[in-house]
Design a protein around this ligand. Sequence first.
Ligand code: SF4
Length: 399
Amino acid sequence: MTLTMARMLPHERIDSRRTASIYLHFPYCTVRCRYCDFNVARVTEIPRADYTAAVRAESDLRLPEIAGRDVLSIYFGGGTPSLWGAAGVADTLAHLVAATRAVAPEVTLEANPNEAADGALLAAYVQAGITRLSLGLQAVTDAELHILGRSHDAPLGLAALDVAVRTFPAVTVDLIFGLPGSTAASWRDTLVRVLDTGVDHLSLYHLTVEPRTGLERAVRDGRLSLPTEDVAADQWELIEPTLASYGLHAYEISSYCRPGFESLHNTGYWLGQPYLGLGAGAHSFSGWRPGGARRRENLRPHKEYLRAAMSGQDPVGTEELVSRDDHRDERVMTGLRYGSGVDLEALGAELELDASCGLEERLAPLLREGVVEVIGGRLRLTPRGRSLADAVTRRLLAG
Ligand code: SF4
């Protein structure tokens, strides 16, 4: 049974009518990185016990939202959830697994190298039930880590990765390209140094300069300059061949792995699977229902979240209804990023639209140009279309 499941591709396991995932947001960090605009609380004293109690109280209130669904994955994200501690993670996880239909779920913990270099702590996380570690490495030279304002240095980052690969059944690493001062050669060197550790999954992101961050101020004031578009394009182009020589393939625009190491959790997002988000600022999605899907965000300030959840109230911040057209557009957009594409016919049936989801006229020229294809009912980008992904998606969904 386990063997069969392991060989199934994520989209063969995910069924947006019957399965779900759970996301836990741990908002605390010890420093704020220069490029970060996430919902983060920088504190010197983390209220671990209170936060564990608050998330537990919220889960008791809200787990009925996914009652009857098989929980395929649980994801501890942040912030820096590796600062939660093994006791809090074990307690929270045991509670969720006991209260849901979670059968051998994929359980991911995001970690910073500061904690991940501690072999005893990582072993305790494995003991707590974590099956997959997501390491926020971002870069492997001191100069680039300094630009990003990360709290670890390059030797610590690579040492942490080494410990993680030896400790967890699955490890993924986040890296950023397009960094100030980087070149195609420095980016290739980064990839090779990381791949040499034997890691089986990478998420590779182009640097985004978010408004109101320290990085934005430094770029605006001319203290840092971004590489030219040509350099960024060269960096992008060498990703696939470099990773292929280590046996990793792209299964989503930014995600690469050895066969069998695809992230079930992230694929759930791309394929419209409902997810229950617990914790300060966590997002939830109900999945499609006749009349509209529901999306919500919890209270973002951690103190407000703690107050509400610990007094037994629903810590909801905002809620919105997602229309059928908006839901279709999101599903097609994220489905096209996913290598195996989107099952257009099944989506059309779910949304009570035709087999092309109402996109036949816009699809025709894209099919003729060879930038998309439909195979076995699944719409996906061709290799040529992948290099034009944003433009193809815009044309398909414009109007
Ligand atoms: S560790 Fe992650 S969440 Fe925390 S400040 Fe840095 S980038 Fe943001």
